[in-house]
Design a protein around this ligand. Sequence first.
Ligand SMILES: [Zn+2]
Length: 62
Amino acid sequence: MTTAIETPKCLVCDTEFEVQDDWEKGEIAECGACGQEHEVVEKTDAAVRVELAPEVEEDWGE
Ligand SMILES: [Zn+2]
């Protein structure tokens, strides 16, 4: 049996990511369709999981 890697999908628009071999945990992956940034939270030979990347807090420069 062939085990296909589970492809993560964009949490916003449901577009599948193209998983890159050099992705590592913590990698930021941008959705090719909507541009939403996702953080790779798990990368194994069997599955890649992504979550929405935490928004960078703006420095409002008070
Ligand atoms: Zn998307």
